[in-house]
Design a protein around this ligand. Structure first.
Ligand code: UD1
Length: 364
């Protein structure tokens, strides 16, 4: 029986851990899964609703770290997590993605000699100004088992000197959650409540510090988005960080006078229902680039780089950056064309990644 501490901290972790914990609970003779929630995200809309929507069991440990600077937040997670590991003595600690909770918990374990499995290893944007890129590189350097979503990630790891026997290409666990919940999401009334018809609206998400923390950049993005809004409504579930910046920079009125519709952050099922019916998605999130590729929805990524190149090579993703002219041009092209480009779902994005992850842990 393997005792596994599964770490979650921030919103993009929840949809990755849900299918893994479900599979571990199904294989009850092999696994004893426990959940540690660091509390990096703590609002009902950023955290609790995901536990309900995704049927994640209540965390066994809640570390309540909250928001702070990167150094303070990371240190708080480490300090609060260390006694849990010492007491629990797990066989493995499983971390997902690239948030501060991921590196903080991996680092604690590396120093204590506890084995770490990293789900979604090897992704690289090659942009070290992104906090997540630092978290990815460091977590991979100290993990014992590196579980990858695509083969380009395997290549990245080998180039960085990671031994091939530590790397396993298991596929994309976020797509497990997507396929598992597609039917359930049809019960969401988000489209009806917002009076939206399928393919008659765009969905926007924006929260990267590089996009929202600088007035000029955010102004340029909002300029492009309000022009797109003249063609169809742009539904914008707004992240707390972005909401604060919009108010601080005095952009609220500009948005009110446009066809950009600000709404609260949505739960997993409502958001899935919303973007799966969109004509177009605009985002700076990593996860949404993959989810739109899996569903064949056109996606414009408002960043200069992506750690998920396979969504561009095979999927529906187009990297447009933050230049307003380029964003408008790419969006109008999609709005004017009826046909989707010939896109494919990448290998092993098949809804069974969690099974393969559990197999790897069992065999390791
Ligand atoms: C974090 C992750 C990012 C992920 C994103 C998803 C890191 C380095 N970044 O960025 O990879 O894509 O989560 O949301 O870990 N806040 C709230 N309520 C909450 C959580 C945050 O109001 O429940 C506010 C706080 O004011 C906080 C700000 O949002 O200062 C930023 O939160 P934080 O978790 O530090 O980083 P994110 O920008 O959310």
């Amino acid at each position: 029986m393997l005792k596994i501490l599964n770490i979650v901290g921030a919103r993009p972790n929840f949809m990755k851990i849900a299918p893994i914990v479900r599979e571990m609970r199904r294989r009850e003779n092999e696994f004893q899964p426990l959940i540690v929630h660091t509390g990096q995200h703590y609002d009902a809309a950023m955290s609790d609703s995901f536990f309900t929507d995704l049927d994640i069991p209540k965390p066994d440990f809640y570390l309540e770290v909250g928001s702070a600077s990167h150094a303070v937040q990371t240190a708080r997670i480490m300090t609060a997590f260390e006694p849990v590991v010492l007491e629990q003595k797990p066989d493995w600690v499983l971390v997902v993605g690239d948030v501060n909770s991921t590196i903080a918990c991996a680092l604690v374990c590396a120093k204590l000699g506890i084995k770490v499995a990293h789900v979604e290893a090897g992704l690289r944007s090659r942009d070290r100004s992104m906090p997540e890129e630092i978290n990815r590189i460091l977590t991979d350097a100290i993990s014992d088992l590196l579980l990858t979503t695509s083969q380009d990630a395997d290549e990245n790891l080998k180039t960085e000197g990671v031994a091939a026997e530590k790397i396993r290409f298991v596929g994309n666990v976020m797509i497990d959650s997507l396929f598992y919940n597609l039917k359930k999401a049809e019960e969401s009334k988000i489209r009806e409540d917002s009076e939206l018809n399928e393919k008659d609206y765009a969905v926007l998400t924006l929260h990267r510090p590089s996009n929202v923390d600088e007035r000029e950049v955010l102004a340029g993005l909002l300029d492009a988005l309000s022009a797109i809004g003249e063609k169809l409504p742009v539904i914008f579930p707004v992240h707390p960080r972005t909401k604060a910046r919009i108010e601080e920079f005095g952009f609220s009125e500009l948005i009110e006078n446009s066809n950009i519709k600000l709404i609260e952050p949505l739960g997993y099922l409502d958001f899935l229902r919303l973007y799966s019916g969109a004509k177009l998605v605009l985002t700076d999130s990593g996860a949404i680039q993959e989810e739109t590729t899996a569903l064949g929805i056109p996606c414009l990524t408002l960043r200069e780089n992506t750690q998920r190149p396979i969504t561009i090579e095979m999927g529906t993703n187009i990297l447009v950056g933050t230049n307003p002219g380029k964003i408008k041009e790419a969006a109008f092209e999609i709005l004017e064309s009826d046909s989707r480009k010939d896109t494919k779902i990448p290998p092993l994005w098949d809804g069974r990644a969690a099974e393969r992850i559990c197999d790897c842990l069992s065999e390791a």
